[in-house]
Design a protein around this ligand. Structure first.
Ligand code: GCB
Length: 693
């Protein structure tokens, strides 16, 4: 036989083999999934798994084994792993091999990622990757009768499917809230094969969406993983809180889970040698008690945490809880009955101790330590729930917290599935942190648009959910959207008036243009020049929440927008904006307290423009923005707190300006490495002053 003919025959043989193998797999896939065609083989649709079990609170107080460390991974760019091509699904239990089986994937130590941690900053090849990665590790175990076992994930971004010993167990959506999966019936003695499929892809219907927010969507098992062991009937959730400041009445409820949850005696011990009360659970396993006590209260100055034990026969959990009251009265925020000014800053869940996501206690203490150094008493944890260590550290260090979920900008407001994911996120966020004294408000939205009835209905449901879960009436907040036309018209009128009376602007063409604008916009020149510039917040979301957040960027973006309407260069517009800022007054039609939840300016540490000092992106320019902002905000009586944007430069793919941003949002008061910028000291001194007043 000639060589070409031999090759032809061989290739026919292989093609036949391939077709046989493919059709066998196709048949199998079609049978199991009731699908046919190539899509069934190539795993385009991921079989749906049941949702995870409801979240247990207080991971810290549980008997647990850490599953942090090196996990083996397979990158699944083509989303094949649910069925695999040769060798079966990636979650299947590995089979004994003779060495002759064709298997086209494999987990082993040659490709690993550290858990916790994102894949983007651990592996250069995955820096921009937003697809599927399969994680695998062995879990050694000696299960005991009468115990229950849960896998607990503090955060997997974005979608996680969990498989143990080859069995698909549960799915979870939402990258910043914890979840647990019960594995009691699946664990075996010895080595257990744990696989997690992590899908970091986002779209328009996810929470957050893919494109409408300015932060890096890290992928991976980003936070701690544990195997938690509990009794068959155990304390699932609870809340112990100060119900009434005047009478020092406390309230506690507990929810047991398990076959013997009903009609059980549960005791609550609070404080050293203090309270010891008990109650019986109802038929749903829930018990409630009230008690009076003069336990010392938590505050940023005295962040006292009391030991709490909730237990019954054969079960129990311990915690350390602070007690304080927080309420909104008129336009005031009261902490333990006293008006309080929130000296805060915003931060993302990143750390200057490492690149990528923050995930441990050291990160938390380093970040929050900077806020203490700023003389702050408040932090806005933007734009999603942060890792649990941060909340524990805030409790201990004495920082009040604004906690939020990733409802940012445009969300798919009329999509029921999006609403379900959002509700799940607020539920899990509240459940995880109900007992954290540091959290003084739950925020449900950041700058959400457009202002439609669907948006409001969606956000109202989130508010109702938070209120129904948190019986301590923690205030709700949101960063509202302003009325841009009114706001900018008021500002532009004043700018035109100021420019007209400034003798240094003597170009006749400029003057003529300004006069034309004044004729159209201004009736009473004196009133405009001597009055206030009012920014009235009236977004109807203000009716739903208790605290009005507002993000404003006077001195930064607004100068660029406004400049487009003015006949001067941007430097001149910036100069005049600084001049008029002292007269800007933020008010709201709801009579509620306002927090300026963002203001700021970008600066690269050490940057000097070749156009000279003090240009935008310099530390000096950022410092100037802070000086004018703080001067303005100190004159604003309805403003009861600040959380400027932002503590540290953070990763954002929206910020590609080479040499300056380099994929960082540069509005940090410290660089990504923690180097303090000049504005850091401006805010520090301002807060020192306001703390002493
Ligand atoms: C905002 C957003 C925040 C952005 C910030 C900015 O209003 O809430 O997510 O990062 O502005 O720097 O533009």
């Amino acid at each position: 036989m000639s060589i070409p003919r031999m090759i032809q025959q061989l290739s026919r043989f292989f093609t036949a083999l391939l077709i046989m193998s493919l059709s066998a797999q196709l048949l199998q896939a079609a049978e199991s999934e009731k699908e046919s065609g190539l899509m069934a083989l190539f795993g385009a649709s991921v079989p749906s798994l049941p949702p995870n079990a409801p979240l247990m609170s207080n991971l810290e107080g549980r008997e647990k084994t850490s599953l942090n460390g090196a996990w083996n991974i397979v990158v699944d760019e083509h989303n094949m792993g649910d069925r695999g091509l040769f060798g079966g699904a990636y979650y299947a239990l590995p089979q004994e091999q003779t060495g002759m089986e064709l298997v086209e994937f494999g987990f082993d130590s040659r490709r690993q990622l550290q858990v916790p941690g994102d894949w983007n900053s651990q592996d250069e090849r995955l820096f921009r990757y937003r697809g599927v990665v399969w994680y695998q590790r062995a879990v050694d175990l000696k299960p005991e009768a009468g115990k229950r076992y849960f896998l607990h994930f503090d955060g997997v971004n974005y979608n996680a499917n969990v498989y143990l010993n080859g069995k698909p167990l549960a799915t979870h959506r939402g990258g910043y809230v914890p979840f647990n999966v019960e594995v009691t019936d699946v664990v075996v003695e010895g080595s257990n094969h744990l696989v997690v499929r992590v899908d970091a892809s986002l779209d328009e219907s996810t929470v957050p969406t893919r494109d409408t927010s300015d932060f890096f969507k890290y992928g991976g098992i980003t936070r701690d993983v544990h195997l938690v062991t509990v009794a068959e009937t155990f304390v699932h959730q609870y809340h112990v809180f100060l119900e009434d400041l005047q009478t020092r009445q406390f309230k506690a409820w507990v929810q047991l889970d398990g076959p013997a949850a009903a009609n059980r005696e549960v005791s609550f011990m609070v404080g050293k040698g203090g309270v010891n009360v008990s109650a019986r659970t109802d038929e749903n396993g829930r018990a409630e008690v009230s008690f009076k006590s003069d336990l010392a209260l938590w505050s940023p100055e005295t962040p006292v945490l009391h030991p709490v034990t909730i237990s019954g026969e054969g079960f129990g959990v311990e915690d350390r809880i602070g007690f304080r009251s927080v309420e909104v009265r008129g336009a005031e925020i009261l902490l333990n009955g006293e008006p309080v000014y929130l000296r805060g800053i915003s931060m993302h869940d990143e750390s200057f101790l490492k690149s990528g996501v923050a995930y441990d206690r050291a990160d938390a203490e380093a970040q929050l330590g900077l806020i203490k150094e700023l003389n702050g008493n408040f932090v806005r944890l933007a734009h999603y729930p942060h890792n649990e260590h941060t909340l524990r550290a805030a409790d201990e260090m004495g920082l009040m917290v604004w906690s939020e979920i990733p409802i940012v900008s445009n969300i798919d407001w009329s999509n029921e599935d999006t609403l379900a994911v959002a509700l799940q996120q607020i539920t899990d966020n509240v459940h995880r942190d109900l007992n954290r004294a540091s959290i003084v408000m739950w925020s449900i939205a950041n700058e959400t648009m457009p202002q439609t009835a669907e948006r409001l209905a969606f956000l109202q449901k989130l508010a109702e959910r938070a209120r129904s879960l948190d019986l301590s009436n923690r205030p709700l907040a949101a960063a509202l959207v302003g009325n841009v036309t009114e706001e900018f018209t008021a500002v532009i009128k004043r700018l035109v008036a100021e420019m007209l009376r400034d003798p240094t602007l003597d170009d006749p063409a400029v003057h003529q243009h300004l006069q034309g604008m004044a004729a159209q916009l201004i009736d009473d020149m004196d009133a405009v020049l001597n009055g206030e510039i009012e920014v009235m917040l009236e977004d109807p979301l203000g009716d739903v929440v208790d605290v009005i957040g507002y993000n404003e960027y006077f001195g930064w973006y607004y100068a660029a927008f406004l400049n487009k309407m003015l006949p001067v260069d941007e430097a001149t517009t910036r100069h005049f904006i600084f001049k008029i800022m002292k007269d800007i007054r933020f008010r709201n039609v709801f009579g509620k307290p306002i927090i300026i939840s963002e203001f700021g300016a970008g600066a690269k540490k050490g940057y000097v423009s070749d156009k000279g000092p003090g240009m935008i992106w310099s530390e000096e320019y950022q410092q100037r923005v802070y000086e004018h902002q703080l001067d303005m905000l100190a004159r604003n009586e309805q403003v009861k707190g600040l959380s400027p944007w932002i503590l540290k430069d953070f990763r954002s793919a929206l910020r590609p300006l080479n040499g300056i941003q380099d994929i960082y949002n540069r509005k940090g008061l410290v660089s990504e490495k923690g180097e303090r910028k000049k504005a850091f000291y401006v805010l520090r001194d301002f807060y020192a002053q306001s703390a002493s007043e």
